[in-house]
Design a protein around this ligand. Structure first.
Ligand SMILES: [Zn+2]
Ligand SMILES: [Zn+2]
Length: 285
């Protein structure tokens, strides 16, 4: 137990869920995703092997569930080689302290995300006034204070490779957060998106609950930079992914993914951007 690592001061359980909660699926032979309440974690590596990683670390108080999912797929007492973070929002690092303590493995994130993971900087407060439904309105309770992973977290290699994920490269996709990354494998055009775009209207409780599939930009209440978000979506679309596993919502594949991404790129203003909200209005002041 390493006492020098800790959650942020406002860390807490968040009572939100979806029909997908507790359910997982093998999207590709070596990519498995599992939904914890409203957020997805990903396991990359062949089942029953020792060579695998965990991408993102779920909601607060979900460590036991994550460990059970890992052991179910890879074997009892197995541990990933590392945890790779798409970004450091509370719903992607919610159980990371328990996991790092149990497994003693390194965590990797983009250099620009490190201040939020080493106790130095809080994320901007969520915007409960943003255009959207009840999840947006409850977002004021979401934790934003930085967790502190100390020297357990390292910057992703500057050459674009991803530790313990051969064939993958990380793509810097800022906007939702400064050091947000997505993970892309050219060989089969598999994309682990994080929150750069999602396949569910994350602001609306009933859509989150039913996981109704609908492409969307990053979750509105936690996205401060919409110009960068737009560029990031454009860059991801240019990769022509065949499979996309997003931080929220069901995975999307094939023609459905291609046409939806095209729609999101061409109509980013109306699909992704809220028509009002703190981070929109600030621009005009
Ligand atoms: Zn996020
Ligand atoms: Zn998220």
């Amino acid at each position: 137990m390493d006492n020098s690592i800790s959650y942020g001061a406002d860390y807490k359980y968040i009572p939100a869920t979806s029909v997908g909660s507790g359910i997982g699926m093998e999207v590709l032979p070596d990519i498995y995703y599992h939904t914890i309440q409203i957020v997805n974690i990903c396991l990359v590596g062949k089942p029953n092997s020792n060579e695998f990683v965990l991408v993102d670390a779920g909601m607060p108080h979900s460590a036991e569930e994550i460990i059970a999912v890992v052991e179910e797929r890879f074997g009892i007492n197995k541990r990933p080689k590392a945890i790779i973070l798409t970004h450091g929002h509370f719903d992607h690092v919610g159980s990371i302290i328990e996991l790092v303590n149990k497994w003693g493995i390194p965590v990797y994130a983009h250099e620009l995300e490190l201040p939020f993971l080493t106790g130095k900087e809080s994320y901007p407060k969520p915007d409960p006034t943003v255009e959207g439904g009840s999840i947006a309105k409850m977002s004021f309770i979401f934790p934003v204070a930085p967790i502190n992973l100390g020297d357990h977290v390292e910057a992703l290699p500057s050459d674009g490779t991803v530790p313990f994920m051969p064939g993958f490269q990380w793509i810097h996709t800022p906007g939702h957060t400064p050091g947000h990354v997505s993970l892309f494998r050219e060989e089969d055009r598999a994309l682990i998106v994080g929150d750069a775009f999602v396949t569910v209207k994350q602001e609306y409780l009933y859509k989150v609950f039913t996981q109704e599939q609908e492409i969307s930009g990053p979750p509105r209440y936690l996205t401060p930079d919409w110009e960068k978000s737009r560029d990031s979506v454009n860059n991801l679309a240019k990769l022509k992914p065949k499979v996309a596993i997003t931080g929220h919502g069901l995975p999307m594949t094939g023609e459905l993914l291609t046409s939806n991404l095209h729609l999101l790129v061409t109509d980013f203003d109306s699909i992704a951007m809220p028509s009002y909200g703190k981070y929109i209005n600030e621009k005009f002041q």
